[in-house]
Design a protein around this ligand. Sequence first.
Ligand code: XIL
Length: 387
Amino acid sequence: MFKNSSQSRRRFLYIGLSSLAGATALAVVKNSNPMYLSHALDNPKRDFQVAGLASLSKRAAAKGLIYGVACGRDVLASDKNLQASIVRQCGVLTPENELKWQFVRPRPDVFDFSRADWIAGFARTHNMLFRGHALVWHEQLPEWFKEVVNRQNAEKFLVEHITTVTKHYAGKIHSWDVVNEAIKPDDGLKSGLRQTPWLKFLGPDYIELAYRVAAQADPKAMLVYNENGLEHNAPEYEVKRTAVLKLLERLKSRGTPIHALGIQSHLLGDASLNPKKLRNFLSNVASLGLKIIISELDVTDQKLPSDTVVRDRIVAAKYEDYLSVVLDERAVIAVLTWGLSDKYSWLSKFGSRSDGAPVRPLPLDLNFKSKLAWNGIARAFDKAPKR
Ligand code: XIL
C-alpha cells in the first residue's frame, strides 16, 4: 500500500499507532466486515440537520470560538475554489508544513520564510488569524540536521531557530506550537518523554528552554504544547494523557511561559470514544490555567465501509460526538481541522483505503461541497456553551 519504507514508517507513526486504539473496536465487529462495521457504527436514523446557512467560522464565533484549518501554500495559491471555501469558512489559518524546519530552514544558516509568509499574507488579507506550527519537533527535520547538529551546538541551533522564527511573526501570530509530540511512553523513559534528537542532545529541559526563548522573542504570542493520541480510548493512551498532564504540571510549577495545550485529534472513524475520560482530562488541563486548542482535527475513514453514504454518516457522527464532549469544556478556545476539503487531505497518503477509494475525512468533499461532516461540526458549534 505504501511506496517506500519512510512512508510506511510514517503510517505507523500517525495512523498505525492510533489504529491500535481502534483494534479493540474492530475486534468486536469481527474482521472489519463492512456489514458488521456499518451495523455497529452507523445509525441511519440519526438526524444531522443544521439551522440556517452560516459558515463554520460564524457559528464558532457566535460561541466565542475560533474555527479554521491547516493548508499548504501550493494548493492554496493554485486553487481558487479552495481559496473561496477557506475565506468563507475559516477564522484562522495555519501552514500545514511551511513552518517546519525542513521548509523554513533549508540550510543551517538560511531561513526561508517565503512560503509561510504567503499563507500569512493570505490570512491577513482575508481577516483571518495566523497560527504557527511547529518550532520543535522530531519529524520533518532537514537533511543537513543529522550531519550538523550535535550535543555541543544543539542549544545554539534551538535558541537561534526559535528566536528567528518567532521574531519574524511577532505581533502577527495568534499562537505557536512551540513543542510538538514530545511525549511517548512507549519509548520506555520514566518521564514518558519521547526519544528525540533534542532530548538526546539537551536533556529533558529542552522543553522549558523552548518556551522561555519563544516568550522572550514574542511576549504576546500564545505558546502551545501540541500532542497526538490524547483522545484515544485504549489503556496506553490513558498512560499518555497522564504523562502529558505531568509535563504540563511541571512546566507550570516552574513558571514556564506556556499558555495552552493543542490536542491534535486525528480521530479514527472506527474507534469508540470515552467521553468521561476525555472530559476529565480536559478539566485537569483547564485547572492548570491552560487554554485548549483542538489543533488538527480530522476523522480517518480508512477502515470504514466503502458505501459513501454510510461512511459519511459515521464520520459526521464522530465529529459531532467528539466536539460535543470537548466544547463542553470552556477552556477550549479554537478548533482547527487538518485541511478543509477531501481534495487535499494528508490522509490520502497517510491513511489511504485498501479498496483504493478516495478518503473522505474532512468537512467538504472533492468538489468543495459540504458533507455531513460539515453538519456534524456545525451542530456541535451550535450546541456549545458560550465562552
Ligand atoms: C503532516 C502533513 O499534513 C503532511 O503534509 C506531511 O507530509 C507530514 O505531516 N501531526 C502533525 C502535523 O503535527 O505536522 C502532521 O502534518 C500530521 C500529524
